[in-house]
Design a protein around this ligand. Structure first.
Ligand SMILES: [Zn+2]
Length: 254
């Protein structure tokens, strides 16, 4: 068992003597269609972090459960923090762990909206603090938000939280007012600051015009989707464990 939250401080001292690498799961609390739990992104991130930690012997920090999700705000229960608060919080957690000897992080992120902020923090840690962070999605590439892939992952990891009787397939809107929408957020060639509700009345979200399916999800599909990806994350972690921190940090000025 490698969850930091379950260890005492003397145990943690020993763990950080033996490990200069840790996993930081981050996610969000936001609508995931009428059938999935609001916590999908942080529950899956925490589970993936747990699986990778168990299989590689690397300590897992507590999950960050609320992220950059303001675009889901019209759906009851969705929570969010501003990007600067999120960046500051994640950076502070990483630096606290670094003070105990962690020099390399694998951030396992369950929510795409967090990615730009996490990459900014990773850059700052690397440039200014001598700390390396690789940022990986908690999910492999898949069909959209709350669709077959994500619903199947939930069914595989914590099926009792999914109500498949409420699952829906959703045709995505193609118009914003009189403008034609492409992808998530193009009124081509311009972009706009989209909300989920602009594209999808149910919260099951893909790209404009597409039909995003959730009713076809299954536990078996979840296993077939997530288990190979756990292996990929473990392979990265094994490389990260071996890597010398000096080689991962920025080159000096020429
Ligand atoms: Zn999600």
């Amino acid at each position: 068992m490698v969850q930091l939250a379950e260890k005492s401080w003397p145990e943690a001292g020993k763990i950080f003597e033996e490990n200069d690498v840790a996993i930081l799961p981050v996610g969000s609390t936001e609508q995931h269609g009428p059938h999935n739990p609001l916590g999908t992104d942080h529950l899956v991130a925490a589970r993936m972090a747990f699986e990778v930690g168990e299989r590689t012997g690397v300590p897992v920090l507590p999950v960050v459960p609320v992220g950059v999700s303001v675009h889901h705000r019209q759906f009851p229960g969705s929570l969010w923090v501003p990007p600067d608060a999120f960046r500051g919080y994640v950076r502070a957690i990483a630096l606290a762990a670094a003070s105990h000897g962690v020099k390399k992080f694998l951030v396992i992120n369950g929510h795409g909206g967090n990615t730009p902020s996490l990459m900014e923090v990773a850059g700052e840690l690397r440039r200014e603090h001598g700390v390396f962070a690789a940022v990986a999605s908690a999910f492999p590439p898949m069909d959209g938000h709350a669709g077959e892939g994500e619903t199947s992952a939930n069914l595989y990891f914590h099926g009792h939280l999914v109500d498949m009787s409420k699952a829906v397939d959703t045709k995505q809107n193609e118009k914003l007012g009189g403008l034609k929408v492409e992808g998530f957020n193009f009124v081509y060639p311009g972009r706009f600051a989209w909300d989920t509700l602009d594209l999808s009345p149910t919260g099951v979200l893909g790209s404009a015009g597409a039909i995003i399916r959730a009713t076809t999800a299954s536990e078996e599909k979840g296993r077939d989707l997530m288990e190979p990806y756990i292996d990929e994350l473990c392979a990265l972690m094994e490389e990260l464990k071996k890597a010398d921190i000096e080689g991962l940090l920025p080159k000096p000025h020429k």
